[in-house]
Design a protein around this ligand. Structure first.
Ligand code: PBG
Length: 322
C-alpha cells in the first residue's frame, strides 16, 4: 500500500517501455485493398480519405511499395456487372482472381487474403442468393461461396475470408477447397461479425449497401456476446484456421472472451467507420492522429487480437519505423 508501494515508479520514461505488456508491431497488420475493373484507376473513396480503389494494373505497379505483410482483397464491380446471383464473383478470371494473380506475380512473399461474400456482386446488395422472403437463402448461397473461394485459391490466395455470415459457410468452403486439392489454402472466418452501423463508409467504398432491408437477418446483434461466442466456436468446429471479430473497438469484450475460449489465432477488423472516426477527429484537430490510432490498435491487440485488419496499416508501418 501507499506510501511504500508507488505505481508511478515504473511509469517513468524508459522504464515505461520496458514494462509494456503489449507491443504493436509491423507483423500485426493487414491492409484492406479495393479492386475495381479497368485500367489506370486510382480513386479516393469519398467517405474514407486516404483510402483508394485501384484497378489491377495500378495495384501491380504499386505492389513493391506495400509495407504490410498481408493484404485483404475486396472486389468492387461496376453496377452494370452485378446480377441477382452475384455471378461476377464466381469466375476464375474475375476481379479478385485477376488482382491476386497480379499481386502474387509481383510479390510472392505477400500474404494474400480474399473476402468471400456476394454483396458487392449482387444487384440487390445482400450477401447471398435471395429466397422468396427477400432474405439470403442460406443453403442456396453455400455453393456460390465455395465456388468463389475456389476461384481465389486457384489464383494463388493464401487464405479465404468468408464474411457473408451464412451458417455452414466455413465447412462448405473447406470442402470446396479440399475437393480441388487446395488443402494448403486456409480459412480466416469473419466468425463474429456484427450488424454494425460502422460499416457505412465501406458500403460507399464497395458499393455494397443492400438495396432493400438490412443485414440483421444474418449478422450478429450488437447486444449478444454469448451468441457471438457460440457462432465463432461453431466456425472453429467447421474447420476455420483463424477467427475474426468485427468491428474491433466496440467489441473488445467479445474478442477478449473468445481469446479465452479458443486456441485458434484471432484477428480483429478495425472497420471503415472506426477509420473514418479517427480520420475525421484528426482532421478537425480533436486529437493527434498517430497517437489516437496507435492507442486504438494497441488496445485491440491487448484485448486478444494476433492480427489487426486496418486501413491505417501502411501509415502505422511508417510510424513504427520512424
Ligand atoms: C462484406 C463486408 C463488409 C465489410 C467487410 N466485408 C460490409 C458489410 O457486411 O456490410 C465491412 C468492412 C468495413 O466496414 O471496413 N459483407
Amino acid at each position: 500500500m501507499y506510501p511504500e508501494t508507488r505505481m508511478r515508479r515504473c511509469r517513468r520514461s524508459g522504464l515505461r517501455a520496458l514494462a509494456a505488456e503489449t507491443v504493436l508491431t509491423r507483423h500485426d497488420l493487414v491492409l484492406p485493398i479495393f479492386v475495381v475493373p479497368g485500367t489506370g484507376r486510382h480513386e479516393e473513396v469519398r467517405s474514407m480519405p486516404g483510402v483508394h480503389r485501384v484497378s489491377a494494373d495500378v495495384l501491380a505497379e504499386g505492389a513493391d511499395a506495400i509495407l504490410s505483410p498481408a493484404v485483404l482483397v475486396f472486389g468492387v464491380p461496376e453496377a452494370g456487372q452485378k446480377d441477382e446471383e452475384g455471378t461476377g464473383a464466381l469466375r476464375e478470371d474475375g476481379l479478385v482472381p485477376t488482382a491476386v494473380r497480379a499481386l502474387k506475380r509481383q510479390r510472392p512473399d505477400l500474404v494474400v487474403i480474399t473476402d468471400v461474400c456476394l454483396c458487392a456482386y449482387t444487384s440487390h446488395g445482400h450477401c447471398g442468393v435471395l429466397g422468396p422472403d427477400g432474405q439470403p437463402d442460406n443453403d442456396a448461397t453455400l455453393p456460390a461461396l465455395a465456388q468463389m473461394a475456389r476461384c481465389h485459391a486457384a489464383a494463388g490466395a493464401d487464405l479465404a475470408a468468408p464474411s457473408a455470415m451464412m451458417d455452414g459457410q466455413v465447412a462448405a468452403i473447406r470442402e470446396g477447397l479440399d475437393g480441388e486439392g487446395r488443402r494448403e489454402v486456409g480459412i480466416m472466418s469473419y466468425a463474429a461479425k456484427f450488424a454494425s452501423a460502422f460499416y457505412g463508409p465501406f458500403r460507399d467504398a464497395a458499393g455494397s449497401a443492400p438495396a432493400q432491408g438490412d443485414r440483421r437477418g444474418y449478422q450478429l446483434p450488437p447486444s449478444n456476446r454469448r451468441e457471438a461466442l457460440r457462432d465463432a466456436l461453431l466456425d472453429e468446429l467447421e474447420g476455420a484456421d483463424w477467427l475474426m471479430v468485427k468491428p474491433a473497438l466496440p467489441y473488445l469484450d467479445v474478442l477478449a472472451e473468445l481469446r479465452r475460449q479458443t486456441r485458434l489465432p484471432l484477428s480483429a477488423y478495425q472497420v471503415s467507420g472506426e477509420y473514418a472516426m479517427l480520420k475525421q477527429g484528426a482532421r478537425q484537430g480533436q486529437w493527434d492522429e498517430r497517437e489516437a490510432v496507435l492507442e486504438a490498435l494497441t488496445c485491440i491487440k491487448r484485448a486478444g487480437a494476433d492480427l489487426i485488419i486496418t486501413y491505417y496499416a501502411e501509415e502505422v508501418h511508417r510510424w513504427l519505423e520512424a
